[in-house]
Write a protein that binds this ligand. Structure first.
Ligand code: 5GP
Ligand code: ZN
Length: 114
């Protein structure tokens, strides 16, 4: 997807503070962090949202969740607790239509979320 911001980050055409690279996923710090740990975990392959990722049914969703946990361990929030968020659709706040997991932690996380 030539006009996709996160495809450009995956291709290293747009700089990002990368914290993890795996064969199929990339994790980088959110440019506008909402918590002490706020990392975006994306598949290298372009899928519009979590539903499309799951529908691909090729193990990529599993890899993405594993990468989220690896990031949480690296960031030191796996023990205290962290949240994985997939905003799906504009009404839920999705602004970049390349599926990404927000990994949030390092502070108390209110429930229910806003
Ligand atoms: P969404 O709103 O789609 O769930 O999440 C998109 C996220 O991408 C937002 O939290 C936003 O701060 C982040 N973001 C937008 N542009 C950039 C960028 O150029 N670099 C990085 N690292 N994050 C970005
Ligand atoms: Zn993309």
């Amino acid at each position: 997807m030539s006009d996709c911001l996160f495809c450009k980050i995956v291709a290293k055409e747009v700089p990002a503070d990368i914290v993890l690279e795996t064969g199929r996923a990339l994790a980088f710090r959110d440019i506008n962090p909402q918590a002490p740990t706020h990392v975006l975990v994306v598949p290298r392959a372009h899928h519009e949202n979590a539903a499309a990722l799951a529908a691909a049914d090729d193990g990529l969703a599993d890899d993405l969740l594993k990468a989220c946990h690896t990031v949480a361990v690296q960031e030191g929030v796996a023990e205290s607790g962290y949240r994985i968020v997939f905003n799906t659709g504009e009404g839920a706040g999705q602004t970049v239509f390349h599926v990404h997991a927000h990994v949030l932690g390092g502070r108390g996380l209110a429930w229910p979320p806003g």
